[in-house]
Design a protein around this ligand. Structure first.
Ligand SMILES: *Cc1c(COP(=O)(O)O)cnc(C)c1O
Length: 374
């Protein structure tokens, strides 16, 4: 039944190789490979312009960015976060010896539910680490209100949110810091990479020291920094990749639309939509397989696999179910009923710019057929 090549959940966007060669020639000629070289500086400026933000610090990846962001804000004690994300979100807390406090998600947005946050606040709580899951913005205003009322910091894991706007402005302007990922699987990639968006130049300077061992100048080390620097290779690629990102997001939008139209009539399949943002990036195409669909989620997932469609169950299992978290009181499924249910129903369908219309139609057809059979 498997016709042709497998269709993966994503496929990285790359520029034509010949367009990258002149960048490599410059690096070879200059012998500047890293440490805030010319491509690093140009890429930071270009990102600020593209994203519409004031300050960007490039990082080697998002996970080191998250760990460094928590250091930069000197976060202590307990941090309220979501179980419904990639495991790096909570791991960044453990690497800082912080205690994650998991709270449930909103069943519509699949983001942390602001109504659950206040009940989880204790005298040890210092911050909220939220995720714009699938690039769909959190309820940033509600989170901001709670944070202000209780004197908490807000950090957004914005790994999915490249280019996302809310009411005409970058969603990355919200919170104390937002952290992007440029990993191969994301909407915008530099092979590996990441960045922290900060509101002011002082914080950016602090982050730039932290990512470079704490060096301020040749002989001065002001903080116990790490090596989180982005190399010239990745920065040069990022600079070139920016030229194609609008076209890539536009193609993702068309695929999103085709899926929505094609899946509309299938009883028991719900498409997860962004709510209220003016510019989504269509990073993922999650569907929820409801209990009245004739096949269970895992059966549908398997039948897609059997037909060469390698969809993924992001985010199953929940972070809170992994051994390093599962004993915590807040990690218990009774505390997280919505997240537990969504994790058992979700499938992310293939979406990437090179995916063709007939491949999208085949995925829709496979789901439709599964919906007719027992
Ligand atoms: C991909 C991802 C990360 C990790 O990004 P890296 O750049 O690979 O370190 C963190 N959080 C979320 C939500 C992600 O999807």
């Amino acid at each position: 039944m498997n016709h042709g090549k497998p269709i993966y959940v994503t496929q990285p966007v790359l520029p034509p190789l010949e367009q990258f060669l002149p960048y490599l020639e410059k690096i070879w000629a200059s012998k500047i490979l890293t440490n805030a070289g010319p491509f690093h500086e140009q890429f930071e400026d270009a990102l600020c312009r593209y994203l519409g933000v004031e300050q960007v610090s490039l990082f080697t990846n998002c996970t080191i960015g998250l760990i460094t962001a928590l250091q930069a804000l000197n976060i202590q004690g307990e941090v309220i976060t979501t179980p419904y994300s990639f495991v790096a979100t909570a791991h960044a807390l453990l690497w800082n010896r912080l205690t994650p406090k998991f709270v449930d998600i909103d069943p519509q947005t699949l983001n942390i539910d602001p109504r659950q946050i206040e009940a989880a606040i204790t005298p040890s709580t210092t911050a909220i680490l939220a995720v714009h899951c699938y690039g769909h913005p959190c309820d940033v205003h509600a989170i901001e209100r709670i944070a202000r009322k209780h004197g908490l910091r807000v950090i957004y894991d914005a790994a999915h949110a490249f280019g996302v706007e809310l009411a005409g402005r970058s969603v990355l302007e919200h919170g104390d810091l937002s952290i992007l990922s440029f990993h191969a699987t994301k909407v915008f990639n530099t092979f590996e990479g990441g960045a922290i968006v900060s509101p002011d130049a002082g914080m950016k300077r602090h982050l730039d020291h932290l990512k470079n061992f704490g060096f301020v100048d040749e002989v001065t080390v002001v903080t116990a920094g790490i090596n989180g620097k982005m190399s010239e290779f990745n920065a040069a690629l990022g600079l070139l990749q920016l030229q194609g990102v609008d076209a890539a997001i536009e193609r993702r939008r068309q695929i999103d639309h085709r899926y929505r139209e094609g899946l509309r009539g299938i009883d028991g399949i719900d498409c997860v939509g962004p709510s209220g943002e003016s510019r989504p990036n269509h990073a993922y195409f999650p569907i929820l397989v409801r209990p009245h669909f004739p096949r269970a989620r895992d059966a549908l997932y398997q039948s897609l696999l059997d037909n060469g469609v390698i969809a993924r169950r992001y985010f199953y299992p929940l972070i809170s179910s992994f051994g390093m978290y599962s004993q915590m009181a807040s990690a218990q499924p009774e505390n997280l009923p919505q997240a537990t249910q969504v994790a058992s129903q979700v499938i992310c369908l293939p979406i990437y710019p090179a995916l063709e219309d007939d491949q999208v139609d085949r995925v829709i057809e496979l789901i439709a057929m599964a919906g007719q059979s027992r």
